[in-house]
Ligand binder design. Structure first.
Ligand code: OGA
Ligand code: MN
Length: 306
């Protein structure tokens, strides 16, 4: 049962045993034959959007979870820093909506990130930002009146990945950026507000590691637990698009891979030793960020009709 597993992995006392949590970093996954698209492309393409060469991507499926796709961190280290900075400094600004918009704690000419540098409580109180079609947490209904421009870099990157996986029509129209502290959880739910429920959902993880639970169509099915590490991407398509899922735990890791240097010069991205990177690194040392990107409309549909 979903709730049972959620409670199990959430528990601080006693702490859970993580032995059954799928870890796509472990070499035995390759031996177990779960690897499906080992070499997506023989031809290498340029390093786009902070992503590594396609030939270095590792993409997995779980046989019992149709339509679920896992890409093990395909980002360069500098690429991770680029998206982390975007989530913290840019996606947290207007016209995007934040959970703290009604708290009236940020002066109207200021933004969350800069204001929060001297306010630890404010720094930790950001829980989500919505982009594009804004998710309405109460009604769960998207509307044309509650829509702003979707960031073009996130759109381009997500659609690029979608095309590589064969989702030729996918259009990024809405996103939720979730900001987790080490004690945050996201309880079991399905994402069904989009008019188009056939389009895949793309989920990007950065920072501290999550235990992610992927269940079935009903809450009664026992979920599969897996680690989501910084840079990992998961895609819920086909049958798994409407499956229950949640995050019962965020785990502090020892090695902050987003601070590693790349083997090559990553030019216009931040270097890890850059003083400007320090505040982002400080935030990430106790946080996880998840970008959750969806298509809302049907292919060819121009706008919502209600
Ligand atoms: C969501 C979601 C999962 C995560 O935003 O709907 O399921 O990994 N996020 O944070
Ligand atoms: Mn979800």
């Amino acid at each position: 049962m979903f709730k049972h597993s959620f409670k199990y992995y959430k528990s601080k006392n006693p702490p859970p045993n993580f032995e059954e949590v799928l870890d796509f970093q472990k070499p035995e996954f390759e031996l177990n034959g779960i690897v499906i698209y080992k070499d997506l492309a023989l031809k290498s393409s340029l390093c786009n959007y902070g992503l590594k060469n396609l030939k270095d991507w590792r993409v997995y499926q779980i046989p019992s979870k149709n339509g679920f796709i896992f890409i093990r961190n395909p980002f360069t280290h500098a690429g991770q820093r680029y998206w982390i900075k975007k989530c913290l400094k840019d996606y947290s600004r207007k016209p995007n909506k934040l959970n703290i918009d009604n708290f009236n704690v940020i002066p109207s000419d200021k933004n969350w990130w800069d204001t929060a540098q001297s306010d630890k409580t404010l720094l930790q109180s950001l829980r989500w930002a919505t982009l594009g079609y804004h998710h309405n947490w109460d009604t769960k209904i998207y509307s044309e009146d509650n829509r702003s421009d979707f960031p073009s870099d996130l759109k381009d990157m997500t659609e690029y990945i979608a095309r590589k996986l064969g989702f030729m029509d996918f259009i990024a129209e809405a996103a939720i950026v979730n900001y987790y502290q080490l004690n945050s959880t996201l309880s079991g739910h399905t994402d069904h507000s989009e008019q188009n429920l056939e389009a895949p959902l793309f989920s990007f993880s950065f920072g501290q590691t999550a235990v992610f639970l992927l269940g079935g169509k009903t809450i009664d099915e026992k979920p599969v637990a897996m680690f989501l590490r910084s840079g990992d991407i998961l895609i819920m398509s086909k049958q798994s698009r409407l499956c229950y899922h949640g995050v019962p735990r965020v785990i502090k890791i020892d090695h902050d891979i987003w601070n590693d240097e790349d083997e090559f010069n990553s030019n216009n991205y931040y270097e890890a030793n850059d003083a400007l990177w320090t505040p982002f690194n400080n935030y990430l040392s106790h946080s996880r960020i998840n970008m959750n990107v969806r298509q809302v409309l049907h292919t060819g549909q121009l706008k919502l009709c209600h």
